[in-house]
Design a binder for this molecule. Structure first.
Ligand code: ZN
Length: 405
């Protein structure tokens, strides 16, 4: 049975009629016109998720999204070509970052076909730009999973063999969104004392405790050396500079490296725990260096969605509403102790920073437009309305799950 339905995913087999779910995507109650134009600079949209992405934009006041799951170009999968073609259907509302074909290049090096895997990926990146990608996304697999060509250890984030790739990104004017490490709690014992216990119970495999991976500190040091080594390359340290638990540390990094920017993806729960007055000073000081992002995972079907993080069960439209409402409330109000966008990330409440309008405009839109050299068309988003009856969208292309959290 699973084989027959292959490609729809297990979630698609459980309950719900296809038509019902399609319609519900447009269901959340109408909202007053958005006060701000927002670019979501950090999303993961599967090729069949474009319509739903447009519906989310229209519903929640977002005018453009950046899909960081562009995959890499060329055979056998032509993943980037597929993602770019899908994005084109958005009428310029969705831009795409390419991924580097790490495994392909490392396998070629291992087979003795080409030892210079960094150059292989640099050439591929030039092709990605020609095809239409506007940046490069490096997932946390670098440092935590991709092997050295001999397969003996984990390839370090600052591996010199990769230098040509990061240099090429600078030459091509393609910003590098880089995810290094993960929440620090994932390195601590996964038990009831762990503040991410809810999340780790739902996803035991997210724990790095006892795994053959570098420590959080080693990973971060390698990330810093990487940023330092390529001053002409623009880096976006995703998830609040990869250290949302320690904004003082992120501030030091921003002071030290003018080529470093950060995004806010999936980390409002973490930064919302900080003292709001202190965070306001952070946003004031670094108002030109911060890009708004969500880490939204978008698929055709509701069960394939991810709003920053997921529990054991697929997320609902209520989760979607809480995700955006709490996020806007964090940035735009000074409300205290309200529910975080993703309570599964920890059982605490958050405080809003209530930023002035000029700073909000930068973080929501202008910084992304400038750093990514991309802007969506002006005017409101008008999403296509799903036709009544069963959905006809093709099954998702096989793609890695969004590496959110
Ligand atoms: Zn992400």
């Amino acid at each position: 049975m699973l084989l027959v339905l292959g490609g729809l995913g297990v979630a698609g087999i459980v309950g719900h009629s296809w038509g019902g779910k399609k319609q519900s995507a447009a269901a959340p109650k109408a909202r007053a016109a958005a006060r701000f134009a927002r670019i979501d600079s950090h999303t993961h949209i599967s090729p069949d998720g474009i319509e739903r992405a447009l519906q989310i934009m229209e519903t929640w006041g977002i005018v453009g999204m950046v899909n960081l799951s562009g995959m890499s170009p060329g055979p056998p999968q032509h993943g980037l070509e597929t993602q770019l073609a899908a994005a084109r259907a958005s009428g310029g509302r969705i831009a795409v970052f390419a991924n580097a074909g790490f495994m392909k290049a490392l396998r070629m090096a291992n087979a003795g076909i080409r030892a210079d895997y960094g150059n292989v990926m640099a050439e591929e990146l030039a092709l990605s730009k020609q095809l239409g990608a506007i940046g490069l996304k490096i997932p946390k697999g670098l440092g935590l999973g991709y092997p050295t060509p001999d397969g003996k250890r984990v390839l370090p984030v600052d591996d010199p063999g990769l230098d040509p790739l990061f240099e090429k990104a600078g030459e091509l004017g393609m910003p590098v969104a880089i995810h290094t490490g993960d929440p620090k709690a994932f390195w601590l014992p996964a038990d009831a004392k762990n503040e991410r216990w809810d999340e780790l119970q739902a996803h035991p495999e997210w724990s790095f405790r006892g795994q053959p991976v570098p420590s959080w500190e080693e990973l971060y040091a390698a990330f810093e050396r990487r940023v330092a080594r390529h001053p002409k390359t623009t880096f976006i340290g995703v998830h609040f500079g990869n250290d949302p638990e320690d904004p003082d540390h992120v501030a030091k990094m921003l002071d030290k490296y003018p080529n470093l920017y950060i995004d806010t993806a999936a980390r409002v729960p973490e930064i919302g725990r900080q003292d709001a007055a202190k965070m306001r000073l952070f946003y004031e000081k670094y108002q030109d260096r911060i890009l708004f992002g969500t880490d939204l995972g978008v698929a055709a079907e509701q069960d394939g969605m991810m709003y920053g993080s997921n529990g054991a069960n697929p997320p609902t439209l209520e989760d979607e509403a809480r995700y955006f409402t709490s996020t806007w409330r964090y940035f735009e109000t000074r409300d205290k102790q309200f529910e975080s966008p993703t309570p599964i990330q920890g059982r605490w409440k958050i405080d809003g920073v209530g930023l002035p309008e000029a700073i909000l405009r930068k973080i929501y839109f202008e910084n992304a437009a400038r750093v990514l050299k991309w802007r969506p068309p002006p005017g409101p988003v008008v999403a296509p309305r799903p036709a009544p009856g069963p959905a006809t969208a093709p099954a998702s292309l096989a793609m890695p799950p969004p590496a959110g959290k």
